[in-house]
Design a protein around this ligand. Structure first.
Ligand SMILES: [Zn+2]
Length: 158
């Protein structure tokens, strides 16, 4: 099996919602944003983004503000758009995973007792984790604008 065909699996705590992602992620990062903190109950979210076409799910999920979770056990799982699948690394079956964050976003909200990721580019206030929410405008790097999320309440199955 080559790296490009590697399949990782994940799911919720009770096992009712499952998913797989094929190949290597487009990026891996940590987000300290206040919405992420509130939705996870943790002080940051570790995420990895794959092309939507590399993502496959089974079982029932519910979605709130683009964030999908198991309606039975409440396990937070992923955010889906037509183009991307952003998976919460903690929901992967392998622990620890082999995924290394290479970016941090919203470091303004990082807990003071957490150390920065050494050498991580993008230690900025508004680098997009969910690329459909903030998108780079043209070629001017630091400017981002809001894009209405194309979230679907009932994402398609593969
Ligand atoms: Zn569950």
């Amino acid at each position: 099996m080559t790296l490009s065909t590697r399949i990782r699996s994940g799911g919720c705590l009770c096992g009712a919602a499952r998913y797989t992602v094929r190949g290597e992620p487009l990026r891996v990062g940590l987000c300290h944003y206040s919405d992420r903190r509130k939705s996870s109950g943790s002080v940051f979210v570790a995420f990895a983004v794959w092309p939507r076409s590399s993502f496959c799910q089974s079982g029932e999920t519910s979605t709130y503000a683009g964030r999908s979770f198991c309606p039975r056990c409440g396990g937070r799982l992923f955010c889906l758009s037509d183009r991307f699948a952003e998976v919460r690394i903690g929901s992967l079956d392998d622990a620890p995973s082999d995924l290394q964050p290479i970016q941090e976003i919203w470091i303004k909200r990082r807990e003071t007792w957490l150390h920065p990721i050494e050498g991580a580019p993008g230690n900025t206030k508004r680098m997009p984790s969910m690329p459909w929410i903030l998108r780079k405008t043209e070629l001017s790097l630091p400017r981002f604008h809001f894009i209405p999320p194309p979230f679907r309440a009932n994402p398609g199955r593969c």
